[in-house]
Design a protein around this ligand. Structure first.
Ligand SMILES: Nc1ncnc2c1ncn2[C@@H]1O[C@H](COP(=O)(O)OP(=O)(O)O)[C@@H](O)[C@H]1O
Ligand SMILES: [Mg+2]
Length: 364
């Protein structure tokens, strides 16, 4: 194959690809390869570009069959067409070690070889996230479960004939069971929202009415915490495309958080307003602000606040019956609605969570 054509083909590929000549000198490298391995790649010996003994041996074996091929790093990956080699290795790229799947195959007439490098770090991070999530869920379920088992034992043993203790323990057991129930419900809710995330809601709903209803539902809880909920801008109907149950869940979560964690300010404001042009959503939108005048949140926590199980103060969250999943659910629901969530907070002054939903009543 002609060298120029090889270069053009490689340049068009979305994965990192290098071509070497019969002397194992790099003749072409595409953009993705340069991002991974550095700008200066061409005209250098391959061993200087990617110093991995297994990969280097694979290149040698492809260029000259007299060479012994590399050992099979992963037999599952061994079968590659045209006598190439595929291996899963750690390579040093972008200044650190990353997992990569590398395929080395010969060009016709032993004129050289192609080296394809697939960056596996994204996959690995997703896998790590999944493991962390399972560990977190187990831990969160185990804490109330351990308490329940302890009280059952006490009720059967030492507290068997103590009616006062029994009543008190049953009360705690009920609270712990309720906590487990909330956690399971939130987990189900999260998985449902995640599975529907690609399906955009198509129902036309009145956001103003929905917000008034959320405020009314949380009125008793707010009153008990000496917090006043104010609703502004929700007098006339405001139509958006949305899932009413899910949007109710969003504002319920945000207002409940504002009452629970920002209630010391005595006031929570829900404000609905039109946005002529949202720069991020690139179009007209509707904003709903949930603002409190509580202690606010340290800026260092803001970027991670919507992560599952992330809490600023775990003890306080648990004490208030939180699962740590509220904002993660909020984030996924808003993303399903193709909107965005803005979090602003100033310590000592309060926090403001703004939900911005695109106005797209007429659908293309
Ligand atoms: N309005 C707020 N003021 C201060 N902190 C807040 C506010 N809203 C959320 N947070 C913090 O964000 C954390 C995560 O919230 P969330 O995901 O709803 O979980 P949960 O309420 O179950 O703890 C809370 O534990 C709390 O520390
Ligand atoms: Mg919450």
């Amino acid at each position: 194959m002609e060298a120029g054509l090889v270069r053009d083909l490689i340049a068009a590929l979305p994965v990192a690809v290098l071509a070497v000549d019969a002397e194992a000198r790099v003749t072409a490298a595409n953009r993705a390869a340069k991002v991974l391995l550095g700008e200066e790649l061409t005209d250098r010996p391959f061993v200087h570009v990617l110093r991995h003994p297994v990969v280097v041996r694979a290149v040698d074996a492809v260029l000259d069959p007299a060479h012994v091929p590399p050992p099979m790093v992963d037999p599952a990956l061994a079968a590659v067409a045209s006598g190439g080699h595929r291996m899963r290795v750690q390579i040093s790229a972008r200044g650190r070690d990353i997992p990569a799947e590398i395929t080395v195959s010969g060009l016709p007439e032993r004129k050289g070889a192609l080296i394809v490098i697939e960056d596996g770090s994204g996959l690995e991070a997703a896998e790590q996230q999944r493991r962390d999530f399972v560990a977190n869920v187990s831990h969160e379920l185990r804490t109330p479960l351990t308490a329940l088992m302890g009280f059952i034992e006490t009720l059967r043993g030492p507290a068997r004939d103590d009616p006062a203790a029994r009543e008190r323990f049953l009360g705690i057991m009920e609270a712990e069971a309720a906590r487990m129930n909330r956690l399971v419900l939130d987990l189900l809710s999260l998985s449902r929202v995640e599975s529907e995330e690609r399906r955009r809601p198509a129902e036309r709903i009145d956001l103003a009415m929905l917000i008034r209803a959320v405020a009314a539902t949380l009125q008793p809880q707010a009153a008990a915490a000496h917090v006043q909920i104010r609703v502004e801008g929700a007098e006339a109907p405001v139509h958006v495309l949305g899932d009413p149950d899910q949007l109710t869940q969003v504002f319920h979560n945000l207002v409940e958080n504002a009452v629970k964690y920002g209630g010391t300010g005595g006031e929570v404001t829900l404000r609905l307003s039109p946005v002529a042009h949202d720069a991020v959503l690139r179009g007209p939108a509707t904003a709903v602000e949930v603002a409190d005048r509580g202690d606010g949140i340290d800026p260092m926590h803001l970027p991670r606040l919507t992560e599952r199980f992330y809490r600023v103060d775990s003890h306080r969250s648990r004490q208030k019956g939180g699962t740590g999943l509220g904002l993660a659910i909020v984030k996924h629901i808003i993303s399903r609605h193709r909107g965005r969530l803005k979090i602003e907070s100033e310590q000592g002054k309060g926090s403001r969570f703004t939900v911005i939903l695109p106005d797209q009543i007429e659908r293309r």
